[in-house]
Design a binder for this molecule. Structure first.
Ligand SMILES: Nc1ncnc2c1ncn2[C@@H]1O[C@H](COP(=O)(O)OP(=O)(O)O)[C@@H](O)[C@H]1O
Ligand SMILES: [Mg+2]
Length: 396
C-alpha cells in the first residue's frame, strides 16, 4: 500500500476509534460526527486508490457506521442507558471481528496462474536460480537428500518483474500461487495481524496437503511486516516473531512439504538478520538491461499499428534507467494518444459512423513526446543503494 493510502487509512481509523469511544460514553452527536468523518475518509480512500485490495473491507465498515448513525438518529431516547450503548458498541466490534477471517481469505488470491515463464522478458540468471531452488525440487524431491531452501527473497526496484516471476514459477510447477500484500495484512481493518500471519501459512500448508500440489506463497512488500522505527510497538514485534516461527516451520518440514515462500521487497535494507537468515536465497531483480529493453519494446510494438520510423533499439537507448513497467506504460500511453485523436477526429467530422475514420500509425515522434513527459520511477541514488545492499547480502 502506498504511504498516502496508509496515511488516509490512519485518519479513518482515528475517527472510527473516536466514534466508538464517544458512542460508549453516550455522546450521541459526537459519535455521529466521528462516524461520518470515518466514512468520508474511507470513501475518499476507495476513490483515490480503486485498486486497493482492502476496498471491500472498507466498504463493509462504511456500511456498519452508516447503520449505527441511523440507529443513533432514529432512537435518541433509548440512547440514555449505558447498557444499550455497550450493546451497540459490542455489535459493531463483533461485526468487525466476525468478518475478519473471511476478509483475509477474500483478499488473498489463490490461483493457478496463467503467466508463462517465457513472458517474463530478460532476467535469465534469475530464472535459472528459481529453477534450481523451486522447479527442480518440486519435480524431483527425492534427489534432494540434503533438503533445499524454502524461503526466497526477491528484491529490487518496483515494476521489474518480481510478482510476475513468482507467478510464472508457480505456473511452471503447476502449483497454486497465493499472493498476499503484507502492508494490507498489517492494516487494523483486517483485525489481528499476528493471527493473519498464522492463518495464511495454515492456508498454504492446507492447500498443498489436501490437493497434493506445490504452493508458492508470495508475500509482497514484506518489509511492512517488520514495521518502521517511527511507530515500532509491541504489536509489530509480535507479528514479526510469528512470521519467523512460521518460516522455521516451513524450512524444517523436509521433503514432504511442498510449500515455498517468496518474499518481495523494494526496500531490502529494512529487513534484519533474523529475517534474512530464513531466506537463504536472496536474488536481485534489477532494472532491465539495454538488451532486455529492446526485447520489451519489440514485444509491445508488435501489437501496435506503427510507421517505419519506430525502432525498438533506438527507443531502448532513449530510456536507460526506466523499469519494465515504465516501458509498458509508455507504449500504452502512446497508443492512448492516437486513440484520443481518432475519436476527436470522428467527432469534429460529425461522423457518427466510425468505420470511415482511420486510426493513424504511431510514429517515433509520438514516443519521444511521451518519454519527455515521463521520468523513470526509480532514481540513480536508489540503484546505488540496491547495489550496495547486494554486495553485502545477496545469496544466489
Ligand atoms: N521482466 C519483465 N518482462 C515482461 N514484463 C514485465 C517484466 N517486468 C515487469 N513487467 C511488466 O510490468 C508489470 C509489473 O511488474 P511486476 O512483476 O508487478 O513488478 P514488481 O513486482 O517487481 O514490482 C507486469 O505486470 C508486466 O506487465
Ligand atoms: Mg509487485
Amino acid at each position: 500500500m502506498s504511504s498516502a493510502a496508509l496515511a488516509l487509512e490512519g485518519v479513518a481509523g482515528k475517527f472510527a476509534a473516536e466514534a466508538i469511544r464517544q458512542d460508549g460514553q453516550g455522546d450521541r452527536n459526537g459519535a455521529i460526527t466521528s462516524y461520518q468523518r470515518a466514512i468520508d475518509a474511507l470513501i475518499k480512500l476507495i476513490q483515490l486508490f480503486p485498486d486497493n485490495t482492502l476496498n471491500a473491507v472498507y466498504e463493509q465498515h462504511c456500511e456498519q457506521y452508516k447503520k449505527r448513525i441511523n440507529e443513533l438518529q432514529l432512537s435518541p431516547d433509548s440512547y440514555h442507558t449505558q447498557n444499550d450503548n455497550d450493546h451497540a458498541n459490542a455489535s459493531i466490534r463483533a461485526n468487525a471481528n466476525q468478518t475478519t477471517n473471511s476478509n483475509l481469505e477474500n483478499m488473498v488470491i489463490k490461483e493457478k496462474p496463467n503467466v508463462n515463464w517465457k513472458e517474463v522478458i530478460g532476467l535469465e540468471d534469475v530464472k535459472t536460480a528459481l529453477r534450481e531452488s523451486i522447479v527442480y525440487p518440486a519435480k524431483k524431491p527425492e534427489l534432494f537428500t540434503l533438503g533445499w531452501p524454502r524461503g526466497i527473497l526477491l528484491y529490487g526496484p518496483p515494476g521489474c518483474g518480481k510478482t510476475m516471476l513468482a507467478a510464472a514459477t508457480a505456473s511452471e510447477i503447476n502449483g497454486y500461487f497465493i499472493n498476499v500484500d503484507a502492508a494490507s495484512m498489517m492494516s487494523k481493518w483486517l483485525g489481528d495481524a499476528e493471527k493473519n500471519v498464522s492463518q495464511l501459512f495454515h492456508m498454504a500448508r492446507d492447500s498443498s496437503k489436501k490437493e497434493n500440489v506445490p504452493v508458492i506463497m508470495l508475500i509482497d512488500e514484506v518489509d511492512s511486516l517488520l514495521g518502521n522505527s517511527q511507530n515500532e510497538n509491541g504489536g509489530e514485534i509480535r507479528v514479526k516473531n510469528q512470521f519467523l516461527t512460521e518460516m522455521d516451520g516451513v524450512n524444517d518440514k523436509g521433503k514432504n512439504l511442498q510449500t515455498y515462500v517468496i518474499a518481495a521487497t523494494n526496500k531490502p535494507w529494512k529487513l534484519d538478520w533474523a529475517f534474512l537468515r530464513r531466506f537463504s536465497k536472496r536474488i536481485y531483480i534489477p532494472l532491465p538491461s539495454l538488451e532486455t529493453r529492446v526485447s520489451l519494446f519489440s514485444s509491445y510494438l508488435s501489437k501496435l499499428k506503427k510507421d517505419s520510423s519506430v525502432d525498438a533499439s533506438q527507443l531502448a537507448q532513449l530510456i536507460d534507467g526506466y523499469s519494465a513497467s515504465d516501458i509498458r506504460d509508455i507504449c500504452q500511453s502512446v497508443q492512448l494518444s492516437v486513440i484520443d485523436e481518432f475519436f476527436s477526429l470522428a467527432e469534429s467530422n460529425g461522423n457518427k459512423d466510425l468505420s470511415h475514420v482511420q486510426l493513424r500509425d504511431v510514429t517515433m515522434d509520438d514516443f519521444k513526446k511521451t518519454i519527455k513527459k515521463r521520468r523513470p520511477s526509480v532514481n540513480a541514488g536508489m540503484i546505488q543503494e540496491y547495489s550496495n545492499w547486494t554486495k553485502d547480502f545477496s545469496a544466489t
